[in-house]
Design a protein around this ligand. Structure first.
Ligand code: FMN
Length: 369
């Protein structure tokens, strides 16, 4: 399993699996002298933590992060800061229940990666899915918390904008609402409705999909490495690498196909501060693979959880037709906990491109030159 690292200058390697003793990551390339303690990372992990409401998996994991390396107390300021050496983070797994999986250890869950892991590696860790489990994504969230500290003025926020057929109404969008309901939903009326909807889905032994929107503010213009390291290309790859993601859009995304050229073009005017402003943001903050300075807007769709109680037809490892009903603790909609994971992946990609831009271009020329 040889591709467990992403990023170029800000490089993240994760390790560990669902039912092993611990999961962890190494973040290499973080600049020195950035204040960093566990308290900077933990709040993001708490957002992703399982077992926080009846709408997510009931697996109980405190997800308490430990920094093992890459920090030192700076004598001048008395603060713990990064040293410029690899930062290792670790989280112990404490809520494993491997016996939940013994019923399905020889069966392939339709829609899950059991079959493909087996066909590729010739064995699979059936306990919680091993490395295919989204348990690993906790470490991406840890790395994302570090990434957020690298780009001055960067803010990355995410929200669940659709669950099953139910979508937010944009006119009711309130970022403060995202913190107030268990769905990270910016539309209070939709959030109230989703309680009944998801209870129904769960009680039926079924599951549902979702769409998540991530908005990054304060991204400097000029980030992105045409041609094969375009910012939108790297964001799409990072978001698509999240478990259960089946679609990614930037800006108007698939909707752009329905727009005319004049509707889609983000018109420009000179602002009072002598810098150009865009009158719309169909580009999602990226043109030619390079950030414009507008907010970066990305959306991703996650499929419904494949581990469901409703019986499905499948085959087993011995080549027999059979049926499967997956018991145990599963998220009825993985899109909820995918919100902080999407935020983290976007923060990591932007931090990586910020450092790459500094390395190649340094300070960009003042505009116009
Ligand atoms: C936050 C999160 C939690 C997840 N929890 C579950 C789960 O409880 N049960 C399950 O079957 N899949 C879960 N998944 C999805 C699987 O990890 C994923 O579908 C599987 O690894 C196959 O990969 P793929 O869907 O990307 O092809 C979760 C995904 C995310 C992002």
């Amino acid at each position: 399993m040889s591709f467990n690292t992403f990023g170029h200058m800000f490089r993240v390697t994760t390790f560990g699996e669902s039912h092993g003793p611990a999961i962890g990551c190494v973040v290499d390339g973080c600049p020195p002298r950035i204040p960093l303690t566990e308290a900077d990372i933990q709040p993001y992990l708490d957002k992703r933590r399982p077992g926080q409401s009846r709408f997510t998996t009931q697996r109980q994991e405190p997800d308490a992060v430990k920094i093992l390396s890459g920090v030192f107390v700076d004598e001048a300021s008395g603060r713990q800061v990064t040293t410029g050496t690899p930062i290792a983070l670790v989280i112990e797994n404490v809520g494993q229940r491997s016996k939940d999986y013994s019923d399905i250890q020889d069966k392939y869950r339709p829609g899950h990666a059991d079959y493909t892991y087996d066909i590729k590696y010739g064995l699979r860790d059936y306990r919680g899915g091993g490395r295919q489990s989204a348990r690993e994504t906790a470490m991406r969230v840890g790395a994302g918390a570090i990434a957020r500290k690298i780009v001055p003025g960067l803010g990355v926020r995410g929200a669940l904008i659709q669950m099953g057929p139910h979508r937010v109404e944009r006119a009711r969008w309130d970022w403060a609402e995202v913190e107030r309901n268990p769905f990270f939903c910016p539309d209070a009326r939709l959030a109230a409705m989703l309680e009944d909807y998801l209870d129904g889905v769960r009680k039926r032994g079924s599951s549902t999909g979702a769409v998540i929107e991530i908005v990054a503010d304060g991204v400097p213009p000029g980030l992105g490495a045409p041609i094969y390291g375009k910012l939108d290309g790297d964001l799409a790859a990072a978001l698509m690498s999240i478990n259960a993601v089946k679609g990614v859009e930037i800006g108007a995304g698939f909707g752009a196909a329905e727009l005319s050229g004049e509707e889609n073009a983000d018109e420009m005017r000179m602002g009072n501060d002598g810098k150009p402003v865009f009158l719309s943001n169909n580009a999602g903050g990226i043109l030619g693979g390079i950030s414009t300075g507008q907010p970066i807007v990305a959306r991703f769709a996650v499929k419904p959880t494949s581990s469901i109680l409703i019986p499905r037809r499948t085959v087993d490892r011995h080549g027999k037709d059979t049926e499967i009903s997956t018991k145990g603790r599963h998220d009825p909609c993985v899109g909820i906990r995918a919100v902080p994971i999407g935020e983290a992946m976007v923060a990591c990609v932007i931090a990586d491109h910020y450092l790459r831009q500094r390395g190649q271009v340094g300070e960009p020329p003042a505009w116009p030159s």
